[in-house]
Design a protein around this ligand. Structure first.
Ligand code: HEC
Length: 109
């Protein structure tokens, strides 16, 4: 069995890397989801659509700002889908798509 140890370790490492890469989400796919679902309110650059901000009487923080970026992925996920005081729940986004969107938001900083 010891003969196979290095190979086993190699597989374990490869598996771990693949899992981490998967968990971190895919920013390119996230951009597609963002464009379809989030852009109408948050604008293509994440700085917020002024018309939406005005009609909801809310300040849409730039998603690339330090204030938003310092939040954890879990916090961002909650805020992304809502509901919050001012934000209705966003529907039709799967957990995997949400991971991708968060990765995309991380590229805005
Ligand atoms: C119908 C409009 C609308 C859509 C669609 C929408 N949001 Fe939001 N989002 C808001 C509003 C309004 C707020 C501010 C909420 C508040 O202050 O209570 C907000 C807040 C946020 C925040 C927190 C930033 C802050 O201002 O503190 C993040 C992150 C976010 N949205 C991400 C997303 C993502 C990602 C999507 C797409 C999956 C999305 N949103 C779709 C309206 C929207």
């Amino acid at each position: 069995m010891t003969r196979y140890k290095p190979i086993f370790i190699l597989f374990a490492v490869a598996f771990l890397c693949a899992t981490i890469a998967f968990a971190a989400g895919d920013a390119a796919k996230g951009k597609e989801v963002y464009t379809k679902v989030c852009q109408k309110c948050h604008a293509a650059d994440g700085k917020g659509n002024p018309a939406i901000a005005k009609s909801l009487k809310v300040e849409l923080k730039a998603l690339g700002s330090a204030e938003v970026q310092k939040k954890s992925d879990d916090e961002l996920k909650k805020l992304s889908l809502g509901p919050t005081d001012k934000k209705k729940p966003v529907k039709g986004v799967t957990p995997a798509q949400l991971d991708d969107v968060i990765s995309f938001i991380r590229t805005m900083k």
